[in-house]
Ligand binder design. Structure first.
Ligand SMILES: [Zn+2]
Length: 347
């Protein structure tokens, strides 16, 4: 008889097409499994790949069918599962797992989900607001310089706009930004490359505009100023800081529940790509749109020049409407109406 240390499981062995059984042990040998009888004689041998294991269904005995058609049967389901797992098989049956899901476990899982939803809906927004409130100015500066230098190494390239062209755009930008609260605002020109026609605000007041967006405007500098005013609105409202904290909070929540978060939080906090991947909420977009109207009017320019920008986006980017500008600033169709209504109400 095989020694206990080698035995995977004990059970009965049935010759092919026979119901006469013999007590047997299932024993491994390099790349093979052997059914060994009580007298120590090998009853059947198969290479592992030629064996077939029945799925686990509750406490029903497991059947392992050898290449010669003989069958080893055992009630020791756990031993077989253990062997299958340790040898890299993936045949632990789903039916078994479902059956094992006790109602109490389901209730517990449901409670955990509800708790997660509750934190996400109610506690997280409050924590985000608190974090924004107590954030020292150095944090947005660090996030911004980190994000911009990452983007400069990856997506962005130095601008090809002439000094003269930049000066004209900066002059309008400064007129708009002078009406804004807090922060010092600075405009940065870059070739967008992969991110194409785009403008985005970093949390410390640095705003990036791509040559591609300037080209898209086709000389309508007032429209560019309106887009930049919208970005200033995002900085004023601390929208990107909120998005970053929210993403970090969600990642932390996932970590609490799942026990693993990977490098998500770190990516969001230090990588420019993470920053760009965060889309603003619709509420943040509406707020920035309204700020664009106010700031443009204060600067003596067309308050609703931003509407022309949406038209230009729709017209010129119709073929690839999933541009990053639209995906990070969602909700374009309704926004034009909202902007026009807001202007009418605030004139
Ligand atoms: Zn926006």
């Amino acid at each position: 008889m095989a020694s206990d240390s080698e035995v995977i499981a004990r059970g009965d062995w049935y010759p092919a097409h026979s119901s006469r059984s013999a007590a047997a042990a299932l024993v491994p040998r390099t790349g093979e499994l052997i059914a060994i009888g009580a007298d120590g004689v090998a009853l059947s041998v198969s290479v592992v790949s030629a064996l077939s294991f029945s799925s686990r269904v509750g406490a029903i005995p497991r059947r392992i069918i050898f290449a010669d058609g003989s069958v080893f049967e055992t009630a020791d389901n756990d031993a077989i599962d253990h062997y299958l797992r340790s040898s890299g098989h993936k045949s632990v049956s789903c039916a078994y797992r479902l059956e094992k899901l006790h109602p109490r476990i389901l209730v517990f899982a449901l409670l955990v989900i509800l708790l997660g939803v509750g934190i996400y809906r109610y506690a997280l927004p409050a924590l985000v607001e608190l974090a924004v409130l107590v954030t020292p100015p150095i944090v947005p500066e660090l996030i911004s310089s980190g994000a911009l230098s990452t983007l400069d190494k990856t997506a962005l390239a130095p601008t090809r706009l002439s000094e003269h062209r930049q000066k004209i755009i900066v002059e309008r930008f400064e007129r708009v930004a002078s009406g804004a609260e807090g922060e010092s605002y600075k405009l940065n020109f870059r070739v967008g490359g992969l991110i194409g026609p785009n403008a985005f605000a970093l949390p410390d007041g640095n705003i990036v505009i791509t040559d591609e967006l300037v080209a898209l405007a086709g000389g309508d500098d007032e429209m560019l100023a309106a887009v930049l005013a919208h970005e200033v609105g995002h900085v004023e409202g601390k929208h990107s800081l909120r998005q970053i904290y929210r993403a970090a909070g969600v990642a932390g929540l996932v970590m609490l529940i799942a026990g693993d978060v990977g490098s998500g939080v770190e990516d969001v906090l230090t990588q420019g790509g993470g920053l760009l991947a965060l889309s603003y909420s619709r509420a943040a977009e509406s707020e920035a749109d309204r700020r664009s109207v106010d700031l443009m009017r204060n600067a003596g320019m067309d308050p609703v020049a931003l509407v022309r920008f949406f038209d230009a986006l729709e017209e010129k980017l119709a073929d690839h409407s999933r541009t990053s500008m639209l995906s990070t600033h969602p909700g374009t169709p309704d926004r034009k109406d909202a902007i026009l209504k807001y202007r009418a109400g605030s004139d």
